[in-house]
Design a protein around this ligand. Structure first.
Ligand code: AMP
Length: 503
């Protein structure tokens, strides 16, 4: 992570305000390198993949350089798929949220021309789209580039792979000579290099280095999961993993508190750790983790820098890191003081390419993480329930409680099994975060293998961010389940059963 703050980068005040509102703590490495170059008006060649924060790396400086009061197309972004185009358009809308009368228009094939033409007539400062449809509009004369100030080619290697390179070049040839250009690509095949040499002369080159470092003593796992199921997956990991203390990495300060609240509601001893806390509060949080007052910390990269707590057995990358360096730092929070550790990375369909990158960077393979099956989970919950029930059965107060229950049973004509059943149901309702004993639903699976076909969902289907689209093996509706705390085997976590939720 960069030491610099967004405020130091020289962004437009309205753009900076929007970034602060989103809650980004510091610029990611690609942002720290790209923003100054683009603000200075240079062409930019960025070698970076999804997840590095590349969208903001070009959107923030380019938005800072346009005349927001004129509704002419001033920034054009070409993206390989409709889903990426929508995603980038959404990001631009967020970063431009403090501008007035500002419009971002996504344009892609498969959608009727009518609404797109109306949108173009109404006027939009930013147009984001797939090359084919963009070229159609240019040829029809419905899209004019006279006022264009910047053109971005996003995921250029993907556009090449999908056969769009001729369309891309045709569009490039129609952009004004004065237009600033940026090209982002995860790889640099010769055809992309040629485009860069022709259209991005003297570009500043920015790379996110993938330095190789070994992460000894840490076993690394990856779990591909749909974005809207990440919380479910995390809850299950925490339920089955025999961790002592765990650190969970997310991207924004807001997310640290949100996730901490959710896990706390599920009965975990958890605290957020981000730049929103002052120095004293941060020290207190780390102290609480060291002493076992908290078992889980939800942290941003910056806040967890240098964190050294030997009892951390697990690092969970809830959000993928920005770069390999951040990943190596994150997983290095476990396996301290000669111990072993486990790192689990959650990846959404779009982020699967991280898998190979991280394996290369750490020089070690990542195993597929196996979530327990619903039946296994149910068995575990029943077992834990039984263990804790037995622990209470040895309690000295039991005879009194039995006498009271006998009385209730007799008065109400109930047998003891019924009383016990009613108590079990009551405990489930009354305990925050208690787990239901019936088998939970299975989470929809996705494969860890990188997706070859990235053309996006058919017309009318939602994109990845919003819900299941193409690439989903099973239809997994986003849903909120009741989760529960991890039940450590008696004696393992060192806490008496009475301190933990009933099951
Ligand atoms: P991208 O690589 O552009 O697809 O961005 C990946 C994700 O990182 C997006 O969800 C962004 O909202 C998020 N993101 C981008 N920049 C930052 C930042 N500086 N701090 C926190 N999150 C960020």
């Amino acid at each position: 992570m960069s030491e610099m703050s967004f405020a130091e980068l020289g962004l437009d005040a309205a753009v900076l305000e929007a970034v602060n509102a989103v809650g980004y703590e510091t610029p990611s490495p690609i942002q720290a390198k790209s923003i100054p170059a683009l603000l200075a008006g240079h062409h930019l060649l960025g070698v970076a993949q999804t997840g590095t924060g590349k969208t903001a790396a070009f959107a923030l400086p380019l938005l800072s350089r346009i005349d927001a009061s004129t509704a002419e197309p001033q920034i054009l972004v070409l993206a390989p798929t409709r889903e990426l185009a929508i995603q980038v358009a959404e990001a631009f809308t967020t970063y431009a949220s403090k501008f007035r009368n500002f419009h971002v228009l996504p344009i892609y094939g498969g959608q009727d021309f009518g609404p797109q033409i109306r949108g173009l007539r109404r006027g939009a400062q930013v147009i984001v789209g797939t090359p084919g449809r963009m070229l159609d509009h240019l040829r029809k004369g419905t899209l004019k580039l006279d006022s264009l100030k910047a053109l971005v080619l996003d995921e250029a290697d993907e556009m090449l792979r999908m056969g769009f390179i001729d369309d891309v070049e045709a569009i490039l040839a129609k952009t004004p000579d004065t237009c600033q250009r940026a090209l982002f690509s995860a790889t640099m095949p010769p055809q992309i290099k040629k485009v860069a040499q022709t259209y991005l002369k003297d570009a500043t080159e920015v790379r996110i280095e993938s330095e190789t470092r070994t992460v000894e003593r840490i076993s690394q796992f990856v779990l591909p999961v749909y974005a809207e199921r990440k919380l479910d997956a995390l809850t299950r990991i925490l339920e089955v993993e025999p961790f002592d203390a765990s650190i969970i990495f997310v991207r924004t300060k807001a997310e640290t508190t949100m996730l901490a609240e959710k896990l706390s509601a599920r009965g975990h001893a958890v605290a957020p750790l981000s730049g929103d806390l002052n120095q004293r509060q941060r020290e207190q949080t780390v102290e609480d983790l060291k002493r076992g007052k908290k078992d889980i910390i939800i942290a941003t990269d910056v806040a967890a820098r240098g964190l050294d707590v030997p009892r951390i057995t697990h690092v969970i990358n809830y959000d993928v890191p920005y770069d390999t360096e951040a990943y190596i730092h994150r997983v290095g929070r476990t396996g301290r003081a000669g111990r072993t550790g486990k790192a689990i990375l959650l990846v959404t369909p779009r982020e699967r390419s991280w898998l190979r990158t991280l394996e290369r960077a750490t020089n070690s393979p990542m195993e597929s993480y196996q979530l327990p099956s619903p039946t296994d989970l149910q068995k575990m919950r029943v077992q834990q329930f039984e263990t804790q029930l037995l622990a209470f059965a040895e309690d000295g107060k039991l005879p009194k409680a039995i006498a009271l229950l006998d009385e209730i049973a007799e008065r109400n004509d109930m047998d003891m099994a019924m009383v016990a059943g009613a108590m079990a149901c009551w405990m489930e309702m009354a305990q925050p975060g208690a787990l239901p004993l019936e088998a939970p639903e299975a989470l929809p699976e996705i494969s860890a293998a990188p997706r070859r076909d990235r053309k996006g969902p058919p017309p009318g289907k939602k994109n990845f961010r919003k819900g299941p689209g193409k690439g989903f093996k099973k239809d997994g509706k986003p849903g909120h389940r009741k989760g529960g705390p991890k039940g450590k085997p008696a004696g393992k976590g060192g806490k008496p059963p009475s301190k933990r939720p009933a099951r």
